[in-house]
Design a protein around this ligand. Structure first.
Ligand SMILES: [Zn+2]
Length: 194
């Protein structure tokens, strides 16, 4: 009897030991799986961190390159603007000098050789449509003599109020008369260009 009990006890101990061993192995297995998961997660995190770092470095490099290019363009634009400004100043100075020299030259010219300047205010004598009733010459009203009246205007530049009576012009040559009077096919061109 004691031997059987001892045998049972021994078997029971072996079973417990086996259970503990199995539990320990299971625990070790779980522990190993956890460790692998943790390492995988760490590796993944490190990979992502490396990607982020590389991306940030690339962005910084791109930004630096863009900034350098923009600065170069800005400097070039400023240089171009300065060159254009200097050229404009030089052109303006040349223009001012030429204007000064032209004004100086005009001032020293005799009046008859000075360039014609349109007067600021125009002056008009009106129409040249007042006839001398002696010779039918046309005059401006401002040319009448002081001895004129409203109905009898006298002029001193044509026939001296009828004292000079010139014979009429002789008739023109037929060719010229035809041209002047419009009977020739060339009359229009002739009258436009005389
Ligand atoms: Zn007259």
């Amino acid at each position: 009897m004691d031997a059987e009990i001892e045998e049972d006890l021994h078997l029971s101990q072996q079973a417990e030991e086996l259970q503990r061993s199995q539990a320990s192995q299971t625990e070790d297995a779980w522990s190993g799986q956890e460790e692998r998961d943790r390492l995988e997660a760490d590796a993944y995190d490190q990979g992502r961190a490396a990607e982020n770092a590389a991306r940030i470095v690339q962005q910084q490099a791109d930004a630096a390159a863009a900034t350098t290019a923009e600065e170069a363009e800005l400097v070039q634009a400023q240089a171009n603007a300065e060159v254009l400004l200097q050229a404009a100043n030089a052109t303006a100075q040349v223009g001012q000098f030429e204007q000064f020299m032209e004004a100086h030259r005009q001032q020293n010219l005799p009046p008859g050789r000075k360039a014609y300047q349109e007067p600021v205010a125009s002056h008009s004598l009106g129409a040249m449509d007042v006839q001398c009733w002696h010779c039918q010459a046309l005059h401006w009203d401002a040319e009448k003599l002081a001895a004129s009246t409203h109905n009898n205007k006298k002029f001193g530049q044509c026939c001296l109020q009828g004292q000079i009576n010139l014979p009429p012009f002789p008739p023109p040559p037929p060719t010229l008369k035809n041209l002047l009077c419009g009977t020739s096919p060339f009359s229009d061109t002739f009258c436009k260009n005389i």
